[in-house]
Design a protein around this ligand. Structure first.
Ligand SMILES: *[C@@H]1O[C@H](CO)[C@@H](O)[C@H](O)[C@H]1NC(C)=O
Ligand SMILES: *[C@@H]1O[C@H](CO)[C@@H](O)[C@H](O)[C@H]1NC(C)=O
Ligand SMILES: *[C@@H]1O[C@H](CO)[C@@H](O)[C@H](O)[C@H]1NC(C)=O
Ligand SMILES: *[C@@H]1O[C@H](CO)[C@@H](O)[C@H](O)[C@H]1NC(C)=O
Length: 292
């Protein structure tokens, strides 16, 4: 299925500035978005990125580089696939970089969230839930208002998130609150910011790492503003503001990263602008898709 994204940050800063004041903010962030393998690979069509993830990041002031999977491994399993292998490499690089105080944020959406639970615990702890195509309000935990992620959100957006069904869920698997609580690795690493339920099972819907800039949402913040193919994608003003403030948070995290390409030519060739999205809204859940 078609629901993923693990976003990674690269960033570019202009070296030729002879300014000696240390820069605290990178206003030219570049964010890597991990492609996912297609179900039936064809030449030039082995992996893809839904264009909504690209628009999401661009809307808040970032540029995107696709992280193209060179060895697609069939379906996007969180344990064994090209997606899982690439995710693990970036996750380990991020842990290593952040441990050296080199700020390297990671964001996981939906399958990316599920992947993070596997990367951190090294266990498959997901449980089937009835959450394929539902809009839900978030249930905030006590710690969420002091969280890195939600701290800067306008009160009206937080109130809307808590009271209106404006988060889109398209997942068959979830990290149950029970499995989170029972697993010491997850419990020590992530703070639960929101939960949801399918009516029977309570699951983690938003989390952030305590000691690392690593974030995950089981729901899809990018869809509200940019995807229209399903009746369960919310488009109300507060739903669309949610898309923006989630993107704004992620891009501000990326602005704290100063990684750069070796030179401007390499950077130019890597950017998503070298690729054209195609219309897929007539056959898939995504209005537009990039294929690689
Ligand atoms: C995960 O959670 C579900 C329900 O909360 C439970 O039935 C299942 O056994 C758990 N799996 C693991 C590996 O703990
Ligand atoms: C799944 O949830 C939907 C509502 O979102 C409900 O209509 C349906 O009956 C549920 N299915 C099961 C098997 O619980
Ligand atoms: C959250 O805070 C409320 C009010 O202070 C308290 O009643 C509740 O027990 C807390 N919940 C948890 C899970 O700590
Ligand atoms: C969907 O749209 C694309 C692009 O316009 C077109 O090439 C394709 O034939 C359409 N597919 C169907 C099943 O209508």
């Amino acid at each position: 299925m078609s629901n993923f994204a693990l976003l990674f940050c690269f960033a570019f800063s202009i070296l030729s500035y002879s300014c000696t004041v240390p820069k605290k903010r990178n206003d030219k962030p570049i964010i890597g978005v991990l492609a996912q393998e297609v179900d039936s690979p064809q030449p030039q069509k082995a992996s893809y990125i839904a264009a909504s993830y690209v628009k999401f990041l661009e809307s808040a002031g970032a540029r995107v580089v696709p992280v193209i999977i060179l060895y697609p491994g069939g379906d996007a399993s969180i344990v064994s696939s090209g997606y899982a292998d690439a995710a693990r490499i970036f996750y380990e690089l991020a842990i290593e970089a952040n441990s050296r105080e080199d700020y390297f944020p990671v964001w996981g959406t939906c399958l990316g969230f599920e992947e993070l639970t596997y990367l951190t615990s090294r266990k498959q702890l997901l449980y089937k839930t009835n959450t394929s195509g539902v809009m839900l309000p978030l249930v905030f935990t006590n710690g969420s208002r002091e969280s890195k992620l939600f701290k800067g959100f306008p009160a009206e957006v937080l109130d809307a998130l808590a009271s209106e069904p404006i988060t889109e869920n398209s997942h068959e698997w979830s990290l149950t609150l029970e499995n989170y609580t029972r697993n010491a690795d997850l419990r020590k690493f992530y703070k639960v910011l929101t939960t949801n339920s399918d009516g029977k099972t309570e699951f983690v819907s938003t989390m952030e790492a305590y000691g690392f800039p690593i974030y995950g949402t089981q729901w899809h913040p990018e869809k509200n503003a940019f995807e229209w193919t399903r009746p369960y994608i919310p488009h109300s003003p507060s739903a669309v503001k949610t898309t923006f403030f989630m993107a704004d948070f992620m891009v501000n995290e990326a602005r704290k990263n100063f990684h750069k390409f070796e030179d401007e030519e390499v950077e130019k060739r890597a950017l998503i602008y070298n690729y054209n999205p195609v219309y897929t809204g007539n056959t898939s859940v995504f209005e537009q898709t990039y294929y690689f």
